[in-house]
Design a protein around this ligand. Structure first.
Ligand SMILES: NC(=O)c1ccc[n+]([C@@H]2O[C@H](COP(=O)([O-])OP(=O)(O)OC[C@H]3O[C@@H](n4cnc5c(N)ncnc54)[C@H](OP(=O)(O)O)[C@@H]3O)[C@@H](O)[C@H]2O)c1
Length: 259
């Protein structure tokens, strides 16, 4: 029996690579992006599977609702929340409209698409949700000399990591699994689109990134990091998170007590 996957941001880069791999593996697809011509070209190039195209702008409530309706009404086996923009900029310079766009595309849209899809997946007792975040989610402690100015984008990726981990635990035993994938730098137009030349930086191919993600799903990893060789690095982060979480107390910490 064929399975059905919905991929957002399927018109280029990582999302297109996922859609191509899934089509090659025989999955029917619902492909989402803003550019109808590119979606149509994808459907024309993959006649051996059923491809439906949804042109929607996930930075708008209407666009999110339109895609959420597919997530609620269609028996999705796989939801890949991949669409993204970054708009690297110091916060004071970031126009409010661009801040809203980042948060809508990277936080609100994935949240509402998961919200729409998860009930049906639970009823069917199966389903896989994949959120594309990034290693920048772990970069919060970095100093200004290391980090370009991109606080809003970094925050959205951290949201995806924490929400995916928490939802994965919430859905344990239901047959529905949730995963978050953290690219380092992948060879797409993502950086060039914002005027950043990343071509000199070693980048993972989209093909390797998709292969790593699919293998991570097989391994049952909630946080999948295709560019991290030493998985204990991630476990150390999670253990430190849990230790800090467990270290809280109702007693005011000594260093905060007035002199
Ligand atoms: N490349 C990297 O190094 C890297 C690193 C870390 C994380 N990521 C994450 O990976 C994801 C994919 O990025 P990519 O590298 O493949 O970039 P990309 O080639 O620029 O692709 C971005 C995709 O998102 C879609 N999109 C953007 N805004 C949208 C909107 N308002 N509504 C609907 N679709 C929208 C685009 O489609 P249309 O233009 O057709 O709308 C396009 O298909 C992003 O979420 C990004 O945060 C990438």
């Amino acid at each position: 029996m064929s399975s059905l996957a919905l991929v957002t941001g399927a018109t280029s880069g990582i999302g297109l690579a996922f859609a191509e791999r899934l089509a090659a593996d025989g999955h029917d697809l619902i492909v989402v992006g803003r550019t109808q011509d590119k979606l149509d070209a994808f459907a024309d190039a993959h006649p051996h599977v059923k491809v439906r195209t949804v042109a929607a702008d996930l930075s708008t409530p209407q666009g999110i609702d339109a895609v959420a309706a597919y997530c609620a009404d269609e028996p999705l086996d796989l939801l890949i929340n991949n669409a993204g923009v970054a708009h690297y900029m110091p916060l004071a310079d970031l126009p409010a409209g661009k801040a809203r766009e980042i948060v809508n595309v990277k936080v609100l849209a994935p949240t509402l698409l998961m919200n729409a899809a998860v009930g049906g997946m639970q009823e069917r007792g199966k389903g896989t949700i994949v959120n594309i975040a990034g290693m920048i989610a772990f970069s919060g402690p970095a100093g200004p000399e290391v980090m370009p100015r991109r606080a809003v984008y970094a925050g959205t990726l951290a949201h995806l990591v924490t929400m995916s981990q928490t939802l994965a635990a919430e859905l344990e035993g239901t047959g529905v699994t949730v995963h978050v994938v953290c690219p380092g730098i992948v060879a797409t137009n993502f950086h060039a689109a914002q005027g950043i030349d990343a071509s000199a930086i070693p980048r993972m191919s989209t093909d390797d990134f998709v292969t790593g993600t699919l293998r991570g799903l097989e391994l049952g990893e909630v946080v999948i990091a295709p560019g991290i060789e030493d998985r204990t690095l991630l476990h150390a982060v999670f253990q430190a998170d849990l230790a800090a979480f467990a270290g809280q107390s109702p007693t005011l910490a000594t260093r905060y007590q007035s002199n």
